[in-house]
Design a protein around this ligand. Structure first.
Ligand code: EPS
Length: 409
């Protein structure tokens, strides 16, 4: 079973990650990790912090000569901003005069954090609840992504909307219709969206969104949005219907929902399906005859409204996940809060933050989806070395079609 653990405060010395359970001999280069870490930092609407940080993962263990060893992999991602916080974040208490924060921001973890952990300073809540932690997740998720590539599984994402600004033509419609080019891979989406400042697929849409963000900034306000993460090449049979916690869609939903500020997740047509007739919602099963698809399958679906998962199990079609991120909760024109020192109504506290982080959220979504897929992939195919996993994978996929035919003869 793979697992990862992250540690680190937003303005502490560094973030650390321990990643466990990957087979040996998986090739991975430091540049590849840093490339994906950098993608998470981009996007119009981020705050000044992203000008300070330049995330790179220092490999501490588990990788030798650009290959995994099968032992725990660990990384260190330094917080450059720490230099400005040495005293405020010190593990020692040499300067008791440091100001304590007593005004919680609505929507942030400030108030629930001090309530739960019995803190006398909101700073203690702010630090670990910060989305800075997601840099560590991207490092872990990038190992997962690299692993999936070995099996032809590719992941990409795009932003669908920010502040309610949707595109005229929504690429998700094409995905649901299964009307995508034959050699389309998930990464194609990111290759295109990474060129946009807000990670959308269309220039006109980008301009409209940037104008909306400018308006939010002018008002001292923030915005959220929606994004899609798509994985192609996923074999039939990841996940299971036997238990609530073995369902692939349930695990993916948890993985995406765990990203800071995400309030909604759906798979395939999701909420839209709830408004339709069954005949408009389900995907007709088709037999491809002697014309198997890329994964060698002869049975498929005409459309992909299910988003690549039926009964908690992958169908072999692209996995389509949508996430909804609420607006950032630090507002430069604040809404009302209560000062915990005086218990009087006051404006919420302002502090440096982002105006929009949906583009980054989509990149983190890629890592979380990769993680979830590898979890189920290794449960099914196992292996202590990547070579062993490949043998198991090939033997399953090669025999899949024949098994079905034989069983029903
Ligand atoms: C965050 C607040 C901002 C963001 C931060 C998440 O940080 P700061 O308070 O230092 O300006 O920039 O995100 C990151 C640092 C990051 O790497 O994504 C928050 O309150 O969640």
């Amino acid at each position: 079973m793979i697992r990862f653990l992250t540690a680190g405060e937003s303005h502490g010395k560094a973030l650390t990650v321990i990643v466990e359970g990957f087979p040996s001999n998986l090739k991975i280069k430091n540049d590849y990790l840093n490339f994906h870490l950098k993608r998470r930092q981009a996007g119009y609407g981020r705050g000044l912090r992203m000008k300070i940080e330049s995330d790179t993962a220092e490999i501490i263990s588990g990788i030798r000569f650009q290959k995994t060893l099968g032992s725990p992999i660990s990384f260190l991602i330094k917080n450059r901003d720490w230099e400005n916080w040495v005293e405020r974040m010190s593990p020692e208490n040499k300067n008791p005069g440091i100001e304590k924060i007593s005004i919680p921001r609505p929507g942030h973890a400030d108030l629930v954090g001090v309530s739960k952990y019995n803190f006398d300073d909101i700073r203690n809540s702010i630090e670990r609840s910060s989305a800075r932690e997601t840099a560590a997740r991207v490092a872990a998720g990038t190992i997962a992504r690299r692993f999936l590539e070995e099996f032809g599984i590719s992941i990409g994402s795009f932003v669908e909307s920010i502040g309610g600004v949707y595109p005229k033509e929504n690429f998700s419609e094409k995905l649901f219709k299964n009307d995508i080019p034959k050699n389309f891979i998930g990464w194609d989406l990111s290759a295109q969206s990474d060129r946009s400042e807000v990670r959308v697929l269309n220039k006109e849409h980008e301009l409209k969104i940037i104008n909306k963000i400018k308006l939010a900034k002018k008002k001292g306000d923030t915005l959220g949005g929606t994004f899609y993460v798509v994985a192609t090449g996923v074999p039939v049979g990841l996940g299971s219907f036997v238990h609530y916690d073995t369902k692939l869609d349930a695990d993916i939903a948890q993985a995406i929902m765990s990203i800071n500020a995400v309030k909604g997740v759906s798979i395939g047509t999701g909420y839209e399906a709830a408004e339709k007739f069954g005949s408009e919602s389900h995907d007709e099963i088709i037999f491809r005859g002697n014309n198997p698809d890329k994964s060698g399958q002869v049975l498929s679906r005409r459309t992909n409204r299910a988003g690549g998962i039926e009964g908690g199990i992958s169908t072999g079609l692209p996995i389509i996940v949508k996430g909804a991120m609420k607006p950032i909760s630090t507002l430069m024109t604040p809404i009302q809060s209560v000062d915990l020192k005086t218990m009087k109504a006051v404006d919420a506290r302002r502090e440096r933050s982002d105006f929009v982080a949906v583009p980054a959220c989509a990149v983190i979504g890629e890592s979380m989806l990769a993680w979830s897929l590898v979890k189920f992939f290794l449960l099914k195919f196992g292996g202590d070395s990547i070579e062993e996993t490949k043998d198991n994978f090939r033997s399953y996929t090669k025999k899949l079609n024949n098994r079905i035919r034989k069983n029903f003869k």
